[in-house]
Design a protein around this ligand. Structure first.
Ligand SMILES: [Ca+2]
Length: 589
């Protein structure tokens, strides 16, 4: 037996504990096991020797032991005193290829700089839709387990109640008791219509929109809530003539100042409305892009695909998914149609570019406050590019004004999701693949690297617990809490594999399971299962279901078991049917 020493972290009801154990070789009957213990509570540390035992007098080892203990004790003490701040940035309806560092022609210098100073994940997933992704990101559970399998209407079935339920906790609810200052700005969309607010779910401070979908004051959906209470668009506490993308950053930094004044590490959950419809941007931003999209979706998509290959984001064997039959070739558009489409994409690009500028403002603000280096910043999108409004998109009114209604539409969404198939709502890669940037100079020392580990928004909770030294509870407010589904991404930061059996998806009957490189996916409740080997074919063009029927059946059975376990089933209609049957039996009809 050789000498071994190491730290182990576990949790009790009061928070994390650190254990150090040191074992020496058994020699001539000499054996020693020492377990000094570090207890960390709310950022404060108290070292103590929990248990130490000399089996025999052993002076040679004693010097070595104290030297080791003191050096190792200092390590977690330093960690405890400087727990990282965490900023999660979620954008809305942005396609996988829309950032410069993921192949786009849209200039996103600030996010590109974060990628250069940190990591880009190439196989990060959301759930394919706004509300479910937000629920999964906040709770570390699959969305149906948190009650948000669809949107914010109560459809009756347990997985579809339209708001966060009592069987989940939010990241804020677990980081707050661990000593974090918790704040949220931007889109919430997990049940404010039922009274489920950020303030009610662990956020000490919040300026939020119930459901997003606006950029300028006076928009139809421009409702703002400060710490849960509705405030007017022209409330004196807000900047004049705000643009929502900037507002979330301005208030985010204001909350950061409050955290610093309170001498607490902070968790900031910042959810942009951008680039969700109705697309709106200041005139000067749109002007930067007008005329730049006249090359059309085919040529620009090819250029994105070539850059993705060059960056190593995709493999040569992954053919670019073909233009959907509903989308015309660019050459088949009249010059007038091309001009209108150019303007639509200019507005979309402007919203993305301005969102990037706002992230630059946030980074500069954190740097000015001296907290940027020890802040873990995670960036992601809630679903893929959005084909709603069909191939023609929508261009109603003046996109520099609140009363307008512009959608990028399917034709440009096809470009946004390059090189993948399908869109928001779907569980094919175009619906669920997201850019993911992790930046943390103090904690992630490798720069400008890619990570190919499959990861998911459910992993953010586990990651925050891991680096924030917080505990995931089994009970909260007297209610039993579902076990966390995600995995900490900290091993992946160090390019180690993430241990898990499978990832699962369901939304509106669209469904998928990924095990290793195999993915089973279907369109709608009745769609036949399609099987793909993502290592060879991540663009899902070679369906293996008919040639590998056993594998298909096995994965389908695994998905069925998950669906029953994770409240995907019963579906709302089934639940309503069961209720009616019970009622009929009760009334004897
Ligand atoms: Ca969305």
């Amino acid at each position: 037996m050789s000498t071994a020493a190491g730290w182990r972290k576990d949790f009790d009801h009061d928070g994390p504990r650190y254990h150090f154990s040191l074992r020496f070789p058994e020699k001539e009957g000499q054996r020693m096991k020492i377990q000094p213990r570090i207890s960390m509570r709310g950022g404060k540390s108290t070292p103590q020797i929990a248990r130490g035992r000399w089996m025999h007098e052993c002076p040679d080892y004693r010097t070595m032991f104290f030297a080791l203990v003191f050096s190792l004790v200092l390590c977690p003490l330093a960690f405890a005193a400087s727990r990282p701040n965490i900023v999660v940035i979620l954008v809305d309806d942005m396609g996988w290829s829309d950032l410069g560092c993921y192949g786009s022609e849209i200039p996103t210098p600030n996010l590109d700089a974060l990628a250069k100073g940190g990591l880009r994940f190439t196989q990060f997933y959301n759930t394919g839709r706004c509300c479910p992704t937000r629920a999964a990101l906040l709770t570390g559970l699959y969305p149906h387990q948190a009650g948000v399998g669809h949107m914010v209407a109560d459809k009756g079935a347990p997985g579809y109640r339209g708001r966060l339920n009592d069987s989940c906790v939010t990241i804020a609810e677990v980081l707050k008791p661990a000593g974090y200052f918790t704040a949220l700005t931007g889109k919430w969309h997990v049940g404010q219509n039922f009274g489920v607010t950020p303030s009610g779910r662990g956020f000490v401070r919040s300026l939020n929109a119930a459901a997003g979908g606006f950029y300028f004051p006076g928009g139809a959906r421009a409702e703002l809530f400060l710490d849960g209470a509705k405030i007017a668009n022209d409330d004196p506490r807000l900047p004049r003539d705000w643009y929502s993308t900037d507002l979330w950053t301005t208030y985010g930094l204001k909350f950061v100042d409050e955290a610093l004044a309170a001498k607490q590490p902070f968790y900031l959950h910042l959810c942009h409305n951008a680039p969700h419809f109705p697309l709106q941007a200041p005139e000067a931003e749109i002007a930067k892009f007008r005329g730049k999209y006249k090359a059309g979706w085919d040529a620009i998509g090819d250029a994105r695909y070539a850059r993705q290959l060059e960056m190593g984001l995709i493999e040569k064997t992954w053919r670019k998914s073909p233009r959907p039959p509903t989308v015309k070739s660019w050459e088949d558009q009249t010059p007038q149609e091309q001009d209108r489409f150019d303007q639509i994409m200019a507005v979309y690009a402007a919203t993305v570019h301005r969102m990037d500028k706002s992230i630059g403002d946030l980074v500069a603000g954190l740097q000015q406050r001296g907290v940027f280096d020890n802040t873990l910043l995670l960036f992601m999108s809630d679903n893929g590019g959005n084909a709603e409004s069909g191939p023609n998109g929508r261009s109603e009114g003046d996109p520099t004004q609140a009363a307008s209604n512009w959608f990028c539409g399917e034709s440009w969404a096809f470009l946004e999701n390059t090189p993948f198939r399908k869109f928001k709502h779907y569980n094919h890669e175009g619906g669920i693949a997201s850019a993911f940037i992790a930046h943390w100079p103090t904690g992630i020392t490798t720069k400008n690297e890619l990570r190919h580990q499959p990861a998911h928004v459910i992993d953010v909770m586990a990651t925050c617990l891991d680096i924030g030294g917080a505990t995931y509870p089994t009970e909260f407010n007297g209610k039993s809490i579902a076990p966390m589904e995600g995995r900490s991404l900290v091993p992946a930061f160090a390019n180690q594999p993430l241990q898990r059996d499978a990832l699962f998806w369901e939304h509106e009957g669209n469904a998928a399971i990924r095990v290793g490189d195999l993915k089973l996916v279907r369109l709608g409740h009745t769609g036949p299962w399609e099987l793909y080997n993502l290592k060879a074919d991540r663009t899902e063009l070679d369906n293996l279901a008919s040639t590998q029927p056993d594998q298909t059946m096995q994965l389908a059975a695994q998905w069925d078991a998950w669906a029953a376990r994770a409240q995907v089933t019963p579906y709302p209609d089934e639940a309503a049917g069961q209720k009616q049957t019970k009622a009929k039996k009760k009334s004897g009809n």
